[in-house]
Design a protein around this ligand. Sequence first.
Ligand SMILES: Cc1cc2nc3c(=O)[nH]c(=O)nc-3n(C[C@H](O)[C@H](O)[C@H](O)COP(=O)(O)OP(=O)(O)OC[C@H]3O[C@@H](n4cnc5c(N)ncnc54)[C@H](O)[C@@H]3O)c2cc1C
Length: 419
Amino acid sequence: MVVGGGTAGFGAAVAAGRQGLDVVLMETGPKIGGVMSFCPGMPWGGAYPCGQIIGGLIAELRDRLAGMNPPAAATRPCTLANFGPEIVYDPDLAQVVMFEMLEEAGVRVYLNTTATAPHMAGTRIETVTFGDRHGAGVVRPRLVVDCSGDGDIAAQAGVPFELGDAQGRMMGVTLSFLMVNARWDAVFAEGDPYFTRHAERGVAAGRLHPDLARLYLMKGFHPDTVFCNSVVIRGIDGTKPDEVARATQEGRRRCRALAAFLRDEVPGFEDAWMTQLGPTVGVRETRKLCGLYRLTAADVAATRHFSDGIVACANPIDDVMRGAGGMTHDAAVADASYYTLPFRCLVPASVENLLFAGRNVSADPVAFASIRGMPQCMAMGQATGTAAGVALRAGVPVQAVDGREIAARMKAQGLWGLA
Ligand SMILES: Cc1cc2nc3c(=O)[nH]c(=O)nc-3n(C[C@H](O)[C@H](O)[C@H](O)COP(=O)(O)OP(=O)(O)OC[C@H]3O[C@@H](n4cnc5c(N)ncnc54)[C@H](O)[C@@H]3O)c2cc1C
């Protein structure tokens, strides 16, 4: 059973299904993709440590989209400092292809279905209850992969976690939108991806919220579209539905004000309009679960390559308005180097038939800020789906799975840069 159909859940379900497992994927929303669907058009960032794609399912997805006629994905340099190349894509066609990959892997996908609670028999999850339009139901899974982003099931199963950082501060949440019919040549003429000069004017004039002192505007996949990953709302606990609703409505107001400001004040946007306003805010960070290992800032800085490393990463420390903090993406590692994420960061200490993947990974706040990109989340999912097959075939608890074997299997599945 895979809980949550974000990039991590997609990776877990496809990888497990390809091993012949009978996989149920439950997703509480109407689409798969998670944050990727809540912020349509968001690039798959940081997929290229050392200029080399990390490989595995994200590479397959990119190739399938890029191979369409006309191409529905492309790789380009990121305009923001320290991110390296990124993949841009058509979000609707990405949805089609991701569903096809789930279908081909034989995954049974349940949308609009929320896994609500695990029921334990000692150190095993015996059943998981869920809710859908028909009411409550129950699954008796042999193994659960929690890809809910928030670690909903793992936390209730008793896996310790940290909410945000040690002080409980979480990164800000964001409502994104797309401006269409913008003139790229005029919009990007100044070459500043933060549009600082305009932003400062907008804030000083009271037209933009003070947190919009830097605008994160980037070219969308389709010509003359501009993806606006700009509006951040601070101090929201993404596990609380009422706070998410409140942040989303506040986000709508700020996005509307920003779109009007762009039209009025920024050359190239005169005839543009706002579309693809997210259905809900994208939540960057909530629970980080405690695994057999916790990736640390020191591991990242030392560019450690673990023997059970399952994905390479060189993403910057992408910290977004945690508490009163700013928006920073300082380089995590020197050029042409990278670190790897150990499989043990996806394995709880005691629950025998539970794994987790994605933004609920076991990592300290600094390491988390680097490892949380969608390509890495998808690879984490791929590793857990692969490990599920190994554990179930051998009939052993997940803690007995040799992480080095998972690393070797990931390497065989095309993941780059592993030991
Ligand atoms: C605003 C924002 C901007 C970002 N920018 C970038 C970027 O430019 N590039 C990049 O690569 N990364 C970016 N990231 C990071 C990246 O998007 C996330 O870290 C990543 O998508 C996390 O994937 P996930 O699958 O772990 O979690 P999520 O994407 O959060 O998916 C979790 C899924 O689980 C579902 N779910 C939750 N609870 C349950 C339940 N109980 N039952 C069933 N389903 C459930 C949710 O509906 C959701 O679909 C950004 C993140 C945010 C929020």
